[in-house]
Ligand binder design. Structure first.
Ligand SMILES: [Zn+2]
Length: 379
């Protein structure tokens, strides 16, 4: 993650810590339906998890829907491998309040070891999935989950300690192209000008870097690094500038792999978006602020920062938000190493000196520590 104009370690906004779940999530399968008529999304989530030996209830995080306004309303919950087979909602099997779904497992006999739950829901996301218009006035959908905003649009355990594989099956009007984590395994046109796009990621991810983006994109396949395809997904209106600006991603990936180690994902896509941050390191589908496309390669350091996060933050993930400074620190340091490799040692030394001066200035002006290792970062 990188905020606009404010370098790490100045992370300062509130993070509410969600209670630890008793389950370990193994896989999320999210079916999401988007449309152009309104901002309501329809979701069907199949969540596979390991079943603890002693427990009375299981918690998942999902923003609730107040009487009026945005939020998610659960339509139906079923348990495909529990007894009885269809233990649908009867008002007693679960509660949904305070942004938490609590499943009463005393009424449902779950399979031992691993089990699944299917949650069907709908609503207008209050956060997490940004439905808006891009700078060219075109409607777009961009997820922006960091740090724990995923539960505003997908049921999950919204905690970096519980990583899981994930797949997104997005149905949307057929003029949209959909980008997500992992590998695209299906793209099929449907009747009524709709299209289904299916992406699947087999490397476990924290929810903070799970993502979808739906927009009218121009796509440029830049090439491969160690058999990993690198691509650019930008808005068609400034595609020449975008293809030029994001092309260094291939060289950055090629620089990092021998230095750090194997890249964990099957592709690397770089995408302008409506993220509220400067850049967001979503696993294998990095989102940047939409004004990052200038035609002048003004944001190469931002690319280097977010690509470094693919190792630190995404593949190796902090157990709690208290340690988020570790992944930010690695991303900051590795960005300097990339410039050392491409421009010389002076760039590395100057980068470190600038960081040092900014940290010293920060300690003099801010009322919270440079590295805040509490779980509740200051608002
Ligand atoms: Zn970062």
């Amino acid at each position: 993650m990188k905020r606009y104009f404010i370098p790490f370690p100045a992370i300062f906004f509130s993070i509410s810590i969600l209670a630890q779940s008793k389950v370990d999530i193994l896989h999320y399968k999210y079916e999401i339906e988007l449309n152009d008529n309104n901002d309501t999304i329809h979701g069907k989530s199949e969540i596979k998890f390991s079943v603890p030996t002693v427990f009375k209830s299981i918690d998942f995080d999902l923003s609730g829907k107040p009487e009026t306004g945005k939020g998610m309303q659960i339509m139906r919950i079923t348990y495909p491998d529990a007894w009885p087979v269809d233990a649908s909602y009867d008002g007693k099997n679960f509660q949904h309040k305070n942004d938490k779904i609590t499943i009463n497992t005393e009424r449902i006999s779950l399979k031992k070891d691993t089990s699944s739950i299917i949650i069907e829901y709908k609503g207008i996301p209050s956060d997490g999935l940004i439905i808006s218009k891009n700078k060219f006035g075109n409607r777009t959908f961009f997820a922006d989950n960091w740090p724990n905003r995923a539960h505003h649009w997908i049921p999950c355990v919204d905690d970096p300690a519980d990583k899981a594989t994930v797949e997104f099956i997005v149905t949307a009007p057929d003029h949209y192209q959909v980008i997500s984590n992992g590998v695209m395994i299906e793209e099929t046109n449907l009747p009524d000008h709709r299209k289904i796009t299916h992406w699947k990621e087999n490397t476990p991810l924290p929810t903070k870097v799970m993502v979808i983006g739906a927009a009218d994109f121009a796509v440029n396949n830049i090439g491969e690094v160690n058999c990993t395809p690198v691509s650019t997904w930008v808005f068609p209106e400034n595609k020449a500038e975008g293809f030029y600006d994001y092309a260094p991603a291939k060289d950055i990936l090629a620089c990092y792999i021998p230095y750090i180690g194997t890249y964990a994902y099957k592709k690397l896509a770089n995408v302008p978006s409506k993220t509220i941050y400067g850049g967001m390191e979503n696993a294998s589908a990095i989102f940047y602020h939409e004004n990052s496309v200038t035609g002048n390669r003004d944001e190469v350091s931002l690319l280097a920062h977010e690509i470094a996060h693919q190792w630190f933050g995404n593949h190796v993930t902090e157990k709690s938000f208290a340690h988020i400074w570790l992944s930010e620190g690695f991303a900051t340091y590795l960005t300097h190493l990339y410039f050392e490799a491409t421009k010389g040692t002076n760039y590395f030394i100057n980068g470190l000196q600038n960081d040092r001066e900014q940290v010293i200035a920060f300690t003099k002006s801010a009322s919270w520590p440079v590295v805040d290792s509490t779980d509740n970062l200051k608002a």
